[in-house]
Design a protein around this ligand. Sequence first.
Ligand SMILES: [Zn+2]
Length: 465
Amino acid sequence: MKYLGLLLLLLVGPIWSQTDDKEQLKEIYNASLTQGKAYNWLNYLSNQIGGRLTGSVQAEQAVAFTKQKLDSLGLDRVWLQPIMVPKWVRGVPEFAYIESKPGITNNVSICALGGSIATPSGGIKANVIEVNGIEELEKLGRSKIEGKIVFYNKPMDPRHINTFEAYSSCVNQRYSGAKEASKYGAVGIIVRSMNLRLDDYPHAGGMSYGEIPLNNRIPAAAISTNGAELLSTTLKLNPEIKFYFKQNCRQLQDVKSYNVIGEIKGSVYPNEVILVGGHLDSWDLGDGAHDDGAGCVQSMEVLRLLKITGYIPKRTIRVVLFMNEENGLKGAKTYAEVAFNKKEKHVFALESDAGGFTPRGFSFDCRETDFAKILRWKPLFEPYLIHMFEQGGSGADIGPLKNDQIVLAGLRPDSQRYFDHHHTEIDTFEHVNRRELELGAATMTSLVYLFDKYGTTSTNMEGDK
Ligand SMILES: [Zn+2]
């Protein structure tokens, strides 16, 4: 009898646990959709504070605001992790025009790329050479480039269904375009905005001069997609036209800032950390609601949803709001360094940094054995139309935590509208849908719950072997 009982327990055990999980997920989604706080937090972050460029007053206000909110959640510990961060400022708005004949000009929308130097105070006016990506510079050579503005006009490829793939395939012209063009004697660069549609909003974004010495650096700006089309057409009619632009952005001394961190201590394995996070800084043109205010409030909400649904985590659940993702990744690097030095064991890290749109699923960066285990949870998400569980990247801020044991993951919302807003003046609160944001928070919480309950192959875990 005794053995029969044990056998029965073994047989039905997993079914019970599946039912529990179904119920727990339902509770999490219900709580998010009926008692969610993420949207109100995002409203404050976006409309009362606004764009949170690293080193700005707004970034510091966002640190204070999110810390205060975490303090109010009754977590076991909330703290600020100090970091030195770069401070780049845009200065007065940029100005640019196409001069098709002396005195005949058309203004176009541009914005300086983050990290760029200013133009001389009178601006730069020069002939333009258009290229379809960095690869074309070498073919043209110094004779065709020297003294000119290089115009990178490689568009995002609309054939990619995942728009992040289209972004990845041409963002190098924004990031490294100035560095490469300066080697051929260019005097500046203009980059087509990373946008799949035609509009008048230039897209900011990070760039790097690499090892190029200070006095050989050239200014870099993004032009709106409509502006890029006009410039390209005008050049085809007359390759001798000139382009003028003026910007007075500056790199200042590094300043002190913080990652904002809060945690619920694990009840069974307090030394195993599950991290959920986003980045608190943003570009300055909009209010950074999608990138990445959404990811921050969703991550804060994960801890709150676990608490209000009465779940007691076995592992330590930690929310980290990283500073300086957009132009330096200093927050992420410091966090990983401190975790490494303290020998903290991170078993799972999940980042939300792809917009506050309808969640579709997750992308995982982990070992095959862990991925196989994760896939078994997929049916639990189907009632919420979460279908995407795939191997791939995770998030820029959690990347430095990578080792051969941790599972890294990124929330994957629908990406079709993301690049309409990304890094522009229309990355604003009114473009975030409350339900979509809340579904994302619930989806993240559900995955964190499952990881906490069942562990991974490298955790202490008993259950779900
Ligand atoms: Zn981001």
